[in-house]
Every structure is written in C-alpha cells, then in structure tokens.
Write a protein that binds this ligand. Structure first.
Ligand SMILES: Nc1nc2c(ncn2[C@@H]2O[C@H](COP(=O)(O)OP(=O)(O)O)[C@@H](OP(=O)(O)OP(=O)(O)O)[C@H]2O)c(=O)[nH]1
Length: 717
C-alpha cells in the first residue's frame, strides 16, 4: 500500500480527516466547505461499525477523490454521498444548495433500498441481493450521463476496503469478492490503475489470507536483495540511455516489485511458487516524446535479450481503456525484468485513466466507455443482470482486428459473433459467417488475440436463439435475446390467428379483423402459450354474435364444436378437429420442454420447434394450426452403458438414435477395452418417457445395451 493510503487507513477522527482533506485541497471553494458543513450536521451522532463518527468515512472518500481529481464538484459529491440515504436531507434540498451536477452524482450513488447493506440486511437475504443489483444498475445508468459517479464509487469502495476489519469475517469476504469481481475490473476499464491495484491487493488480503501472507513474507524477507537487483538494472539502463543520446534530456526510470495480486495470478496461472516467478521486478522508463519510446525500445532489445512472446506495443494499438505503453520483458544478469516504456503524458493516463481529464485536463476521449452502455441496458432480471455484469467485467481481454486495422477489445473466449456485435448491433444481427485470418469460419469460432476478422453479412438475419449461451459479451447476448424475443412474439401473433382460423373454419383475415375490432390485437401473442387466455379468447369470440365476419350461430349450424383437450404421446392439444396422431418433419425435432407449434394436416398434428425456419415459413403462409403444449415436462434420468464397435461414425449413429428417441444427452464418457476392440460408452440422458423398459427395447434394437439404470431417485434427492 502506498504511503498516502496507509495514512488514510490510520485516520479515525474528524479532526485528522478534515486536516487531510485540506492538505489535498489547500484552497477549497466555499461550496466545498459548505458541503463539509452540511455532511457534518447531517451525519451528526451517527457511528460506523468501528465506533468512529460516521462523517469520517465521507470525508476520507472525499480525500481519496481529491487525490485523483482536481474537480471540486466531485469532492462535494463525495462528502455528501451518503446524506440522502442516511439522513433527512433529500435530493431537492441538495439541488437547491449544490446544483444539478452534485445532486445527479449523489443520486447515482444512493442505494435503492434504504438499507446500508453491509451493516443491516441479513447476509445472503434475497432482498439485499436484489437491492444491491438494482442499485448497481442504477449507478451504471447514472454513470453513462456522468462517469464521475463511478469514479467516486470506486473511491468509496476503496475506503470501505481500507476499513473492512471492523466487519464480521463473512462480510469481509463477501465485500472483498465483490470488489475483486466488480469494482477493480471497473477501475481497470476506466484506466485508473492507482485504484485498481489497491482494490485488488486489499481484496486479495481478505479472500486468500494465506496466499497473501506467503507473498508478503517472501517479499519482505527478500526486500534488500530485490531492491539491489532493481537498482543494478536501473543503473545499467540509465547508463545505456545516457551513452546513446539521452544525456542531458529529461527522463525517469522507476523500479518496483509487482503488486501482490499480480504476483499471485502469475503463480496461480503457471502453477509455480513465488521463488519460481521469474518477473517479479519491473521498471518504467518515462520519456518526453512517443518517438523516444521506440528509441529506448531499440536500445533495450539491442542490449538485452527480449522474451519475444511478452512484447506488446500498446502505443501503436492502445487498450480500450486508453492505456498506451510499450511492454517488453528482458533477460539480464539480474534475472528477468519487465520494462514498460511510455511518455510522461501516457504515464499520467496509465495512473489516472478517465480521471486524468479532471486532474491534468487531458486524455478525456481516450477511454472507451461503450462497455458501460452495453452493460447497463441488458434487459435481464436484476439477478441475471448482476451475474452477467460480473462475468463481463471480470474477464481477461483479447484484441481483434478488422481488415482495415480497426481494433476491438473483447473478453477472452469471445466468438466471431461477439466481434460482429462489437462493431455494431446491425452487423451482429445480419452476420452470416466470417473470414478469420482469411479462412472461412463460422459465427461461433472462438477468436484469439491478434486475429483479423472480416464479417460476412446478409439482409436476412440468421441468428439462432441457442447462440446466446455461446457468445461471451453482454452486447451480443442482449442482441440475440432481443432478436429472439421479437421473433417469438411475431411467431406467436401469427400462430394465434392461424389457430383461431382453423378452430372456427374462417379465413385468417376475418379472424384478424374480428380480433382487432375486439381490441385484443395487442395481447393476442399470448394465445398459443397460455391455455386460459386461449379459452377466454374463444369464449369472447364465440359470444360476439351479430358481427359481420363470424356469426356464432352460423358456425354452430355448420357443425362448430367446442374444443376439447386431447393427449397424444407427450403432447396436450386443445382442438375441435379430429386428431389421430402426431408427426415430426425431421427438420428441427424439438426436445421435451422446447418451445413448439403444431400444424394440422389430414387429422394429424405436425410438431415443429417454434424457431424452426420451415415452421416460420408455414406460419407466415397461414397454414392451419392447433393449440399444443407439452403434456408434462418432468423428465426421467437414466444411465446407459453401451458397447460400441470400434468403427468410424458409430458414436454419431448412437447420438442420432438417442435424439430420435427424444433423449437429451447430459454427459458422455468413453472408455476403450482393447481385447474386444469395443468401445464402452457411458451416457447419462433425460427423457420424458418414464417407462424404462420402452426405451430399453428401442435402444437394444440397434445397439448392444449392457446396462440401463434409472437415476431418478438419486436425481430427485
Ligand atoms: N495502467 C495500466 N497498466 C497496465 C494496463 N495493462 C497492463 N498494464 C501494466 O502492464 C503490466 C503487465 O500487464 P499484463 O496484463 O501482463 O500485460 P501484457 O500481457 O499485455 O503485457 C501490468 O502489470 P501488473 O502486474 O498488472 O501491475 P503492476 O504491479 O506491475 O503495476 C501493469 O503494470 C492497463 O490497462 N493500465
């Protein structure tokens, strides 16, 4: 921890806190002193869990804020960030006294449910989770308008992390985990490495205390030796630079041991002990001009062997958070050292990110904040949103290029479709394939760092709803989801008219006019999925006697019958037509529980997946349809042991067979038994068929079934 934060951590009284604030802000504006007065009065008598006066916290949040930003309205908002939540002051009062800017920031930072979650709500309660997810989303939305909200939140979180000792152990861990997964990644995206590294190290201390202690002990025990190596290397580099054109020029070389969490990640990813981590040490060479960075790079590579796989030029290709620096890792007598080469301006941006704009009046546009918008506008339930946000934020990045050289930062594991959505939602929605490094590739091809991707588009969207699990970014997930929501609604609306037209033996147009006249058009999409709504609509249509297109008594005269439920195989129909069987078209073959539609032909129901292309064409073509649902979606689970001849394609045949028997494969394990040249295959499946003997017989017709066990008892426990 740096000296400044160590000092903040040790402050427990109002006097000390105020003195430190004025140290940061030697000549505060009258509005700032007023904000302090208002906050002091408002929080008077309140205490933190630690027992110290509550106001110490907002003052120290203001101190941290002032250390990264010269913008005093941010300092005022930091001082006032808890008053609306915890005191009688409301937003109107604030707006009157401090204006719109400060009020908007405070509003963005105010929790939705007026519970100080760390202290009052029972841990693990759903209310607390929902409240914090809602608050988080509200804060993100407020930050789109004004990113300062998020920066103050990070300062608030940093002070909470500095004072976490006052809370019980389980809360320390929960807050530390949230900090590591949500807030330090946000600090990274905003490019504020000063905040990010501290948030990481503090979280690390609470989440993995033993690992932290090991690293701490090693670094402290070896401090002298490490410092000696660093100094020796810095001296070598300095001499080299001075001998090669930098003499008399201003440049700086800073050495450091990497921060603890970064060391822990290196150990963890490589599975090595701290003694085996090669590049614990790092130097930064700070020069004046970008061109000088390349000159220094040349000197380094001519004099020390670089570890080429670690070389990165983020000046030519900056990170999404605006970060610019050349990274190279060098072998030398002192071991391996990571060198970062940057200009002074790049250095300020690397330390302060978006905040550099308020601190140094620079770099305002270099930080890309698109991630914030796409995170905030996910249409999920709050819990799902929070989970998605966490996985979006807490991911390693790769950089992928368009053929023109534009580049995009994506989370590791992203596929072509994520890239297409990153370019634009329209490109994502209309993508049909891609050329990855000039090779034809599918939309679900996983991308690697440095790939060059050309998206192939078409006017007709080709998205599959199941792809939402295959894409990584929330923008692509939301794009696919909203496409599928729209498509499902359209399918349901047209199906509803087809079902009614079939039921009443009317034309689709006649039904449509009637439904519109009855004011039911807006809700008609519910009809194919909600039996109550279906029955209610029929009743309403049927009693609507006297209207032009459908006269109910005429229908009765023509032999109209009331629809009745009818169960065939796994399906429940509701129809007035004779029905004596179910068929599949073998184009989509839906699994139990999938969304389905039923067409009606020659007294048969023909079942399709609701999102099947062929079904879509039939629906638009107004083909006769009937109401269908699954008769029950309780699935039985079985374990099968099957002996397969060791020959090409046999596994594919087995899977096709299981699929044709409507069995969902849950897991599959293969084991070879050489003596018989047979392959044993252990598969777990789910099926709507609860009669084991029926399935046994069907599988045994084609395959050597060694054993079939019902797992339902174990499964249902
Ligand atoms: N400010 C800032 N610095 C960045 C950013 N990305 C990387 N760095 C710096 O580069 C170091 C190497 O980061 P890596 O993520 O390994 O980068 P690389 O593989 O792209 O070379 C980081 O060390 P570290 O171990 O994570 O941190 P430290 O303890 O060296 O500071 C950090 O100092 C960024 O977006 N912003």
């Amino acid at each position: 921890m740096d000296a400044f934060l160590a000092k903040v951590k040790e402050i427990h009284t109002i006097e000390e806190a105020t003195a430190l604030l004025w140290e940061q802000l030697p000549s505060p504006s009258s509005q700032t002193t007023k904000a302090l007065d208002v906050a002091m009065t408002a929080h008077d008598g309140q205490k933190r869990k630690s027992g110290e006066p509550y106001i110490v916290h907002p003052i120290l949040v203001a101190v941290i804020t002032a250390s990264i930003s010269a913008d005093e309205t941010m300092v005022q908002a930091a001082l006032l960030h808890d008053v609306v939540e915890d005191t009688d002051i409301d937003l109107e009062d604030l707006e009157h006294e401090f204006g719109e800017d400060v009020t908007h920031m405070v509003e963005g930072l105010t929790k939705i449910v007026e519970i100080r979650d760390e202290e009052l709500a029972p841990s693990g309660s759903d209310d607390r989770l929902i409240s914090s997810a809602l608050t988080f989303r509200k804060m993100l939305i407020a930050s789109i308008k004004d990113i300062r909200v998020l920066v103050i939140k990070l300062c608030d979180r940093l002070h909470n992390m500095l004072t976490l000792d006052a809370l019980p152990l389980h809360k320390q861990k929960r807050i530390a985990e949230e900090t590591l997964v949500v807030y330090s990644p946000i600090a990274h995206r905003l490019g504020i490495s000063r905040l990010k590294n501290h948030l990481e190290d503090l979280s690390f201390y609470y989440i993995y205390p033993d690992d932290y202690a090991k690293i701490d002990t090693y670094i402290k025990a070896n401090a002298q030796n490490l410092q000696f190596k660093l100094n020796a290397f810095i001296q070598k580099v300095r001499t080299l630079m001075e001998k090669n054109g930098f003499e008399g020029m201003h440049f700086e070389i800073i050495g450091r041991v990497k921060h603890y969490y970064s060391i822990y990640l290196k150990m963890h990813r490589k599975g090595v002990s701290i003694e085996e981590v090669l590049d614990l040490l790092a130097i930064r060479i700070i020069v004046n001009e970008p061109l000088e960075c390349y000159k220094v790079l040349g000197l380094m590579h001519l004099n020390f062997t670089p570890l080429i796989s670690r070389f990165k030029d983020y000046i030519a290709v900056p990170k999404e958070n605006g970060y610019k620096t050349i990274h190279t890792t060098l072998f030398n007598e002192e071991g391996i050292v990571e060198a970062q080469i940057r200009t002074a301006q790049m250095h300020r941006l690397a330390e302060y990110g978006v905040a550099a704009h308020w601190k140094y009046k620079e770099g305002s546009n270099s930080v890309n904040l698109q991630w914030l918008e796409s995170l905030s506008y996910q249409n999920e339930s709050v819990e799902e949103f929070y989970e998605l946000a966490k996985s979006d934020l807490f991911s390693e990045d790769i950089t992928v290029f368009s053929p023109k050289g534009d580049y995009y930062t994506l989370p590791k594991g992203s596929v072509v479709l994520d890239f297409a959505y990153a370019i634009h939602s329209e490109v994502g929605a209309n993508a049909t394939g891609a050329l990855v490094n000039k090779q034809k590739s599918s939309l679900l091809t996983v991308l690697k760092n440095g790939d060059i991707v050309r998206i192939i588009k078409d006017d007709m969207p080709h998205l599959h709803c199941s792809w939402q699990d295959a894409v990584k970014t929330s923008k692509a997930k939301e794009g696919i989801r909203s496409h599928c929501r729209a498509r499902l609604k359209e399918t349901d609306t047209f199906s509803a008219y087809n079902i009614l037209a079939t039921l009443f033996d009317q034309s689709v147009d006649a039904i449509k006019r009637r439904i519109e006249a009855m004011g039911l058009a807006e809700s008609i999409h519910k009809l194919p999925t909600q039996l109550d709504f279906f029955k209610e609509t029929i009743r309403k249509l049927a009693v609507y006697i006297g209207a032009k297109e459908v006269r109910f008594w005429e229908l009765l005269k023509k032999g109209y019958k009331k629809p009745q439920p009818k169960k065939i195989e796994h399906f429940k129909f509701f129809t007035n037509k004779p029905l004596d069987g179910v068929e599949f078209d073998y184009c989509c073959h839906p699994k139990v529980g999938d969304k389905i539609v039923a067409f009606y032909k020659d007294s048969k129901a023909i079942i399709h997946h609701k999102l099947c292309k062929k079904a879509y064409a039939k629906i638009l073509n107004a083909e006769p349809m009937i109401f269908v649902s699954w008769s029950g979606t309780k699935l039985s689970r079985y374990r099968l042991i099957i002996s397969l001849q060791n020959q090409k394609g046999v596994l594919a045949d087995l899977l096709a067979r299981l699929s044709s028997l409507d069995m969902n494969v849950i897991s599959i394990e293969l084991g070879i038994k050489n003596s018989e040249s047979a392959e044993y295959c252990r598969i777990e499946v789910e099926s709507a068929e609860s009669r084991k003997s029926v399935l046994e017989e069907k599988i045994a017709q084609q395959f050597k079934l060694i054993e079939m066990i019902s797992l339902d008892d174990a499964y249902n426990k």
